[in-house]
Design a protein around this ligand. Sequence first.
Ligand SMILES: *Cc1c(COP(=O)(O)O)cnc(C)c1O
Length: 440
Amino acid sequence: MKNIKKTDPAIYQLIRKEEKRQREVLEMIPSENYTSKAVMEALSTALTNKYSEGYPKKRYYQGNKVVDEIEIIAEERAKKLFGVPFANVQPYSGSPANSAVLMALLEPLKDKIMGLSLAYGGHLTHGSHVSFSGIYFKTVSYELGKDELLDYDAIEELALKEKPKLIICGFTAYPRTIDFKRFGQIADKVGAYLLADISHIAGLVAAGAHPSPVPYADIIMTTTHKTLRGPRGAILMVTEKGLKKDPDLPEKIDKAVFPGLQGGPHDNQTAAIAVALLEASKGSFKAYGKQIVANAKKLAQELIKYEFNLVSGGTDNHLILIDLANKNVNGAVAALALEVAGIVVNKNAVPEDSLPPFYPSGIRLGTPAITTRGMKEKEMIKIAQWINEAVSEVQNVHLPVSKEERKIYWKNFKKEVVKNRKLLQISMEVKSLTSKFPLP
Ligand SMILES: *Cc1c(COP(=O)(O)O)cnc(C)c1O
């Protein structure tokens, strides 16, 4: 980075600082990962200089012969990896990709989306009232059952009553296997399209560590930067089933992405996606996906030994959601303490949460990034122990109910917690462990 260093020392220093942070901590936010060097290299190339509005061989600008080849390779690799007849690799990220699906299929203010409620682990773009998906479209949300699992009978009943035009499955905080077949049957029964948003689990699907939605969904969306280990971005796919239902789906999707919502695609991102898709097609990636799940299962098992209350009782995939109510601490306080200890997770609502989103009852953590570093079951035992020790340090820390008091308390708590001896000691031990597992 000698050029950034010379031109812009301030940004150079901050990038180095962030690299150091990523290297030294246990990165356990389940939507994050470390890309390969090859993906990074593709991102920082001359491709970022090009304008390519349109699609391969149908561009609005000259000079796109090379970019056409790159985008076609990315599309072909996506189609092959997931087993679908159509892919669009241009969406800037997951939210714009979901927006494109809504734009392609639904009439604003008239047609209805049915997705999992945000409070239960759905994504903002699945019909939340604060997002464009809930502002411009009619929406109805399903929730989880009493056992904190998807209640397919209740979902079917709701779909029959509400007659949505689009059903969305695939979530941000659901630790269990999704029954895509059942979702497909429900969608067929009510004549709805089924969108499988596999943003979180795409890498597991590619690795055969989670069932694929391909036989049952009409459209599949995935981000490329989560378990798939690519650059930030997204892919929209149409399945054989979707094509049979509506042969115009690919054209509708293409048009919604460009010119509907976006201008020129980020060609450097497209190249990096192509590289990531090639990496994900290798045998070693299958082993990687399986290890992510094995690590999450082991970590869950260990956390249960420390009497952590896991939502749904455990995990089948890469993520764990902990309800901290029995530990007498909320998710915001616990996440902050864990960060001081070098373990980076996020606060998260749990099903039927009685606390507000700013300081919800839970934390969400996952194994994709630490598995990329080569950590295995043995390390999970140690990590569970550290999590337990760190959370114990802040048990019984309660935020005042009044907003003003809470603000002051939180500010003081933040100042104090970074000086906590025990947490700092854990962070040194974490640093020692992470130094043995270099980043890609
Ligand atoms: C991450 C995610 C998205 C959105 O992706 P962004 O790239 O952050 O816009 C959409 N849906 C699900 C289920 C996700 O997990």
